[in-house]
Design a binder for this molecule. Structure first.
Ligand code: M3S
Ligand code: ZN
Ligand code: CA
Ligand code: CA
Length: 529
């Protein structure tokens, strides 16, 4: 079928003129007011046309009849009268079926004469008897959407109608299958499938929903008020950041399985800075995930933990009084803590720590036991601390100081500057050799943690008495990042980490450079030769 702008034909113009209907008087133009104000309008869906609109419709249809010659029908959609002109909108039909996108608007002056028209009518010639069953068309569309039925108890809304679909070449008889999903996940969409009613193929598709990236105000527990990336879908904001890989944050509502429910909000202001709002912990987790994304991207050019835009899910309010936070291979999970050992475990260093477990899994793959496990933990502490530092607020070398023992000030889960202050070794000679904690992964991490601290800040190891000249945390982080992502392998031990970090320092700053020598000295000071 060839498409003719305004020129295609309408030999049969069936016009449905209805008498009486809704008329809205929206005020007249006053002195000095801008022109173009709507005076009154009529919508066919509301009933019969009032007198003022009937004449305009008749004139418009006659105008189209005089211009067009092919077989088609026109039905009035609406008439709007403003202080400049009256505008009649006519929809195109073919043998009673809507022609998708076929519509013309005729503009009449205050005397009722046609000024101009615009729009698209299509030349159509086809058999309107479908060969494909409507249920088959629906099945085809549903299979393409691939939405698990009744996900989380939610059933998509599905509707179908037979239409004439203008297409290049010739018009097509098609089922328009609308599948509307608004479940708060990124599956949210209004899928519009056009399934060819003769051969069952997909003739056309689009998603009729507009999602808008937004910036919300988050009132966090530990980071004050922060900007957070949110997603506006059909008037509702979601805690989903499409500018950072689509990362999203869900409320587990004390459950321990499933993905939880994506946080949503009506005014894009989230949380209250207190645990009184379930959103507050969600803000911290979402902000932590965003800062971690930004840190790896702006520092190392890495888009997400896999370098390929990995979509991070952060789950908060996991379980009841759960004193833990973990990476499970695909998402970050945070408990609320019992209120005495931990408050909600969503501080920035912990978020950076958890997400870095994901990065380690996708790079060196360090096995979570014994020395490789302690290295795994240490890289999470190192980059968790770097993420916290990147926020510009807190540059400490403590881990979890904001969430640990709210009744005791000044302590932390671990210390990189002085591991012994949290009961952890700072030197290989005093490493833990037992079997608890997977062979001391959260204990012996103190040794490489302290290597990083001495390399970054300089200082003296308390056990060996050896001193290191610091090179700054930016260079130290670059060396350790390269160590993790380029050189280490699943069973690497501390000695392998020393060798790999020296290779990294040589790559970045040159063998024998101050940075290279400081790296060697930091490991030596901590007893790893
Ligand atoms: O160490 C951190 O998080 C954890 C907590 C609080 C408990 C158990 C394990 C972990 C972990 O290693 O992620 C920050
Ligand atoms: Zn960890
Ligand atoms: Ca910290
Ligand atoms: Ca404390």
């Amino acid at each position: 079928m060839s498409r003719h702008r305004l020129m295609a034909v309408a030999a049969i113009l069936g016009v449905f003129l209805l008498v009486m209907g809704n008329v809205q008087l929206t005020g007249a133009q006053g002195k000095g007011e801008a022109k173009g104000k709507l005076l009154r309008s009529y919508h066919a869906a509301d009933g019969a046309a009032p007198d003022w609109a009937s004449q305009a419709i008749e004139t418009s249809v006659a105008h189209q009849q005089s211009k067009n010659t092919a077989s088609s029908e026109l039905k009035v959609r609406n008439v709007n009268q403003d202080d400049i002109a009256t505008h009649v909108r006519l929809d195109q039909f073919y043998k009673g079926l809507p022609v998708f996108g076929g519509q013309v608007v005729t503009h009449l002056d205050t005397q009722g004469a046609v000024i101009s028209d615009n729009g698209d009518l299509y030349a159509v010639k086809l058999d309107t008897a479908p060969a494909v069953a409507e249920s088959d068309a629906v099945n085809t569309a549903q299979a393409l959407v691939g939405y698990a039925s009744a996900r989380g108890g939610y059933q998509p809304e599905v509707s179908t109608r037979l239409v004439v679909l203008p297409a290049s070449g010739s018009a097509v008889l098609a089922y328009q299958v609308s599948i509307h999903i608004e479940d708060g996940s990124d599956a949210t969409a209004h899928h519009e499938y056009f399934i060819n009613a003769v051969d069952g193929s997909v003739a056309f598709y689009y998603n009729d929903i507009d999602t808008v990236n937004a910036v919300g105000t988050g009132k966090s527990l530990y980071s004050g008020n922060v900007n957070i990336g949110t997603d506006l879908v059909s008037g509702v904001y979601y805690l989903r950041d499409n500018s950072r890989g689509g990362m999203y944050t869900t409320n587990m509502s004390s459950r321990t399985s499933g993905s939880g429910t994506t946080f949503s909000d009506s005014d894009n202001i989230w949380g209250t800075n207190t645990t009184g709002s379930t959103q507050s912990a969600g803000v911290d987790a979402h902000y932590g995930a965003a800062l971690t994304w930004d840190y790896y991207l702006s520092t190392f050019g890495r888009r997400g933990i896999d370098g390929n835009g990995f979509k991070v899910l952060s789950r908060v309010h996991y379980g009841r009084k759960y004193n833990n936070a973990f990476w499970n291979g695909s998402s970050m999970t945070y408990g609320d803590g019992d209120g005495s050992t931990f408050t909600p475990l969503v501080s920035l260093d912990v978020a950076g720590h958890e997400i870095t477990h994901g990065l380690t899994e996708k790079t060196a793959g360090l096995i979570y036991s014994n020395e490789s496990g302690a290295l795994n933990e240490s890289f999470s502490d190192i980059f968790g601390t770097m993420v916290e530092y990147s926020s510009g607020v807190n540059g400490d070398y403590q881990i979890g100081e904001d969430i640990y023992t709210p009744g005791t000030a000044g302590d932390a889960l671990r210390s990189m500057s002085n591991p012994a202050s949290a009961g952890d070794p700072d030197h290989y000679s005093i490493r833990y050799t037992g079997t608890s904690d997977n062979g001391g992964v959260h204990i012996n991490s103190g040794i490489p943690n302290h290597v990083f601290y001495l390399l970054a800040e300089g200082g003296t190891n308390r056990t060996s008495g050896l001193s290191v000249s610091g090179i700054g945390r930016t260079k130290a982080a670059a060396i350790f990042y390269r160590t993790l992502t380029v050189y280490l392998t699943p069973s690497s031990n501390f000695k392998a980490a020393r060798t790999a970090s020296l290779q990294s320092a040589a790559d970045l700053y040159g063998a024998g450079s101050a940075e290279y020598n400081a790296t060697a000295q930091a490991w030596t000071a901590c007893g790893v030769q």
